[in-house]
Structures are given as C-alpha cells and as structure tokens.
Design a protein around this ligand. Structure first.
Ligand SMILES: [Zn+2]
Length: 273
C-alpha cells in the first residue's frame, strides 16, 4: 500500500482576508513546501493521473504526490502557479465557477475576494495546471436538494469545458463534504475522480470519488508537511469515506447549524469555511 499525500491548498498570501486566514499559507512557507517536495524524491502528478491508474489506463510513478488548490483565489495565478511552474511541478486547480472573474455575474456564497479570471485559465493550463470543478456557487452540496446539487455539478463542468474546449475530468466537493448519492451524481455527470478532504494520506485503491486530502492550514508546520511527504504523520485512508464522525458532522450541520440555502438566495454568505 503506497501512502500518497494529496495536498490541499486554498490561499497563498501574506495578507489574507480574515474569513480565509485559517486556510492560508504564506508565500515563504509555500516556497519551503515546494523545496521539500523537490527533495522528497516523490513524483508530482495531477489528480487525473490517479483516475488513470484506478482505471488501469496508466501506472502511477513509484512515489507519487498530488498538489491541489481549491476555490479559485487570484493568488493562485499570481504566486502559487509561477512557483510550481518554475519547478516544473503540475497541480490540480479546482475552481468554483460562479466566483471566477471576467465573464459572468458573481453567483457564490463567498464574501467578495480577488479571484482568478476566466481568461487566465488557458494560460494556467499551459503552465501545467489541470483545471477541475469545485461546483458553481460553493454551496454545501451534501445538504442541498439533489436537483440543485446535480445542477451545480453539471453547470460548473459545462462552463469550464466551454471555456477550455476540452473535457473536465475531476471534481472537488465544497468543504470536502459528500454523500454516497452525491458521489454517484458526480460519476454519472462524466467526471472520473473527485476529491474530499478526510485529513488522511490517500493510497492506491482509495475511493476515486472521495479521495483523501491533507489540508494545508496557517497552523500547519513544516515538520508536519515533511512527515506527510514521508508517508507519515496522518492515518492512511480507509476504503469507506463515510466514517461515523463524518456522518455525525453532517447530522450536526443539517439539524443544528446550517440551513440549506434557498435556490435563489445567495445574498447571505454561509459561514466562510
Ligand atoms: Zn472550497
């Protein structure tokens, strides 16, 4: 069983907005992470390479590692992508299409924030970035009406495919939350992989529609990152993504805290994370 770290970044900034600060790493720390990755002996691959391996289309390199970014913040194009390209490291970038700049009105639960623009997406692909979908509005799809969830999964894929002129293969669940029904929807809509979070090392044989990822937080230490690159410091994902803890958390959010947004009411943002 090969432990596969699937790193999950959001923001790379020295000056994050308060609502995203917990999920932000500094540019200096990010540079250190990239240098650790280069020294680790791991081969960085995009998420779709895991799907290719899962389907038997192409074997994985001996010591794989995956780097992912969620949401679509502008600092990805300004800071993270150049740092990755300088080192010839690929990554997978999951964009919430309703928040991207430059073409459509905002349709998002995010507070205002500088985001990547639609016109930057082809340039990012040329730098080795795989583009995936992170839904349209970033609402919590595991609690949403199934028709709304399906629309988010389909619409975001179609928008990205129209913009880029090719198939979009991978999806990342907003907040990392999924259910078995939502995973089936994602598979039926044509994606061949999807990322959860799960705070675990992934592995060959991980659920390809609920891949375990390790979130990089402001509080994450260099020592933790180093351990993950060694395949240590976190448990290895089980085959069943819906642990008792995840089901309890969903029940908590459903019953006590987080009402499902009415379809046309995006004025009041959800709690930021
Ligand atoms: Zn997100």
């Amino acid at each position: 069983m090969i432990p596969i770290p699937v790193l999950n970044y959001h923001c790379v900034s020295d000056y994050p907005a308060p609502w995203i600060a917990e999920y932000t790493v500094t540019p200096d720390d990010f540079e250190q992470h990239l240098d650790l990755i280069l020294d680790s002996g791991r081969t960085v691959v995009p998420v779709s390479r895991l799907a290719d391996a899962s389907a038997g289309r192409r074997a994985l390199p001996r010591n794989p590692l995956v780097i992912t970014f969620d949401d679509g913040f502008a600092d990805f194009a300004d800071i993270a992508a150049p740092g990755l390209a300088d080192r010839r490291l690929p990554c997978t970038f999951y964009a919430a299409t309703g928040s991207l700049e430059g073409r459509r009105r905002r349709e998002t639960v995010f507070p205002p924030h500088s985001m990547v623009s639609w016109s930057q997406l082809p340039e990012l692909e040329e730098q080795g970035v795989e583009i995936g979908s992170h839904s349209h509005t970033h609402r919590d799809l595991d609690l949403a009406d199934p028709r709304i969830a399906a629309d988010e999964v389909i619409r975001s894929r179609e928008l990205l495919e129209d913009a880029l002129g090719h198939e979009i293969r991978s999806f990342a669940y907003p907040y990392g939350h999924s259910t078995s029904r939502l995973r089936r929807v994602v598979a039926r809509c044509g994606y061949d992989s999807a990322c959860a979070v799960r705070n675990r090392l992934s592995r060959v044989g991980d659920n390809i529609f609920a891949l375990a990822r390790l979130p990089l937080l402001a509080a994450t230490t260099i020592e933790e990152v180093s351990a993950w690159l060694d395949g240590r410091g976190a448990r290895i994902a089980s085959a069943r993504p819906d642990t008792l803890g995840i089901r309890a958390d969903r029940l908590y959010r459903r019953v006590l805290r987080m009402p499902v947004l009415p379809e046309n009411d995006l004025a009041d943002p959800l709690p930021p994370w």
